[in-house]
Design a protein around this ligand. Structure first.
Ligand SMILES: Cc1cc2nc3c(=O)[nH]c(=O)nc-3n(C[C@H](O)[C@H](O)[C@H](O)COP(=O)(O)OP(=O)(O)OC[C@H]3O[C@@H](n4cnc5c(N)ncnc54)[C@H](O)[C@@H]3O)c2cc1C
Length: 467
């Protein structure tokens, strides 16, 4: 086997325990002749693990920088959670300017710094680069922006495909055109470390194991919201629940990096979502039900929070009611697939249909209408009320809280280098996206993954140049 000797002495850390969709090697049955297990080997400049927003972007810029790149993806398709998202957050772009919405770099920094734990240097680096990243995506991929709302940039095409999903499909196609070597259904299993340096990745496809030897590895394999064991370890109070994430979001990159001595940080920090809907066993995020003017009530028909507070605050208030809640909307504020909603011509009839006391729900809506008219929510201080909830038909959707994305991960420095337990960069290992703790405390993760994917590729290219 070519080069097989080379791997003797290589530290292969096979510590990755949970990799749900990885093809498993089948034990031979008694009627089969066992085949000698064959490990294939390949050599490239850079291996990127994970083809979501961060990984597709890093791979693109590495290839454009003249280096060969293999992009490993565990699933049959690219996109990860990026493909499920709604908006790209940026500042000072020509798209925002064209739509007359002035949102400055300082506005984005101020927004990021509102969340406790955000690091000012990472916030500044991101805010300086989110605009150029959004403009690059729009110009290079031909994405047509349809709406902006402050820092949030939306693009919905004629099929209803949103900005991040358009980004994924267009960049996947472009990457293939320019020669990025994309391997789907090829999960990374472990990192190869030799003499203190990361020198490759062990992966697995339908034919068996492959060792990819490379000068650099970039982790971009996303967070761990779908890994119950990790949730139990780091945030037990939210383990056992549900998530909007793809089943592939199992923290593989975090575990692989941890196994070769990388430091992890902010692992107990999550972004929760109070508006998950159970569509026959599939968890859907229906965030619009509060953003477009709906209210949330508990099963007695009373509001329990400022619906427009941040995801995590509302989720915690909702968890405290010990049951699912209902989003209540009227025809002006219906903001989810109508098939999820119970519909009625009056609030009382709606209450009857969902098993809530009609008198209580009517009183709740009447009080809310008063707050809307006076622009003063006396109970919870909601300022953005958008709808008076007075236009039939009325709708109710049962919603519950769960894990939306994870904030912590592999520790990185401002050059996207993965750090060891002493805070020193691990040679040959970089990271971008939700697999990392980018010190933005979960804010604007689509834009952060893509922006740091771009910056990470720049650091890698510089370091390869100087080697
Ligand atoms: C429903 C939903 C809505 C959201 N809406 C928004 C929004 O509007 N705006 C916003 O900013 N954020 C939003 N987020 C969060 C955001 O989408 C993610 O945090 C972000 O896209 C993560 O990007 P990423 O590239 O790091 O990871 P991902 O996009 O998840 O990509 C990681 C990739 O790595 C692959 N992978 C995993 N393990 C391996 C392995 N061992 N080997 C090879 N490949 C592997 C995965 O299959 C996946 O393709 C939303 C999230 C969800 C779930």
């Amino acid at each position: 086997m070519k080069n097989l000797k080379k791997v003797i002495g290589v530290v292969l850390i096979l510590a990755l325990s949970a990799c749900s969709s990885a093809p498993q090697t089948q034990a031979p049955t008694s009627s089969q002749t066992p085949l000698p297990s064959e490990v294939r080997e390949e050599t490239t400049d850079v291996v990127v693990i994970g083809a979501g927003g961060a990984g597709l972007t890093a791979a693109y810029f590495i290839k454009q920088g003249g280096r060969d790149v293999v992009l490993l993806e565990k699933r049959a398709m690219t996109g990860g959670n990026t493909a499920l998202a709604g908006f790209f957050a940026a500042n000072s772009t020509k798209m925002q300017e064209a739509m007359g919405d002035v949102y400055t770099q300082q506005d984005q920094i101020d927004f990021l710094m509102e969340t406790e734990g955000t690091d000012p240097e990472f916030a500044r680096l991101f805010a300086e680069n989110s605009g150029p990243s959004a403009e690059w995506a729009v110009d290079t991929l031909g994405i047509e922006v349809t709406r902006v709302n402050g820092r949030e940039i939306y693009a919905v095409d004629e099929k209803g495909t949103k900005f991040p999903a358009q980004f994924v499909s267009k960049l996947t196609a472009l990457n293939q055109q320019i020669g990025v070597d994309l391997r789907t259904e090829c999960p990374a299993i472990s990192l190869i470390k030799e003499d203190g340096r990361i020198t490759g990745v062990e992966a697995e496809d339908a034919q068996g194991k492959i060792l990819f030897h490379a000068q650099t590895v970039i982790l971009a394999s996303g967070g761990y919201a779908a890994n119950q064991e990790m949730l139990q370890e780091y945030v037990p109070e939210w383990a056992g629940g549900t998530t909007s994430n793809t089943a592939a979001t199992t923290g593989d990159g975090i575990r692989m990096a941890q196994a070769i001595g990388a430091a992890l940080s902010n692992m107990d920090q999550l972004t929760l979502n109070p508006t998950f809907y159970d569509d026959h066993g599939t968890t859907m995020s229906v965030s619009g039900v509060r953003y477009e003017g709906g209210i949330l009530v508990d099963p007695t028909g009373k509001r329990f929070a400022n619906e427009m507070a941040n995801y995590t605050e509302v989720s915690e208030a909702e968890k405290a009611i010990g049951s699912h809640a209902f989003a209540i909307m009227d025809s002006t504020s219906l903001a989810c697939n109508p098939k999820y909603a119970v519909e009625a011509e009056s609030i009382e009839a709606l209450a009857e249909k969902i098993g809530v006391d009609p008198k209580t729900l009517s009183q709740t809506v009447a009080s809310y209408q008063k707050y809307y008219d006076n622009e003063n929510d006396e109970e919870f201080g909601r300022t953005d009320m958008r709808s008076r909830l007075d236009t039939a038909p009325f709708y109710a959707v049962p919603v519950f809280p769960g894990v939306h994305h994870t904030r912590g991960g592999v520790s990185i420095d401002l050059r996207s280098q993965v750090l060891d337990l002493k805070g020193n960069p691990i040679p040959g290992l970089y990271g971008a996206g939700e697999v990392t703790d980018n010190k933005l405390m979960g804010n604007d993760p689509v834009a952060a993954g893509i922006t740091f994917g771009r910056l990470c590729a720049q650091s890698v290219l510089e370091d390869l140049q100087s080697q």
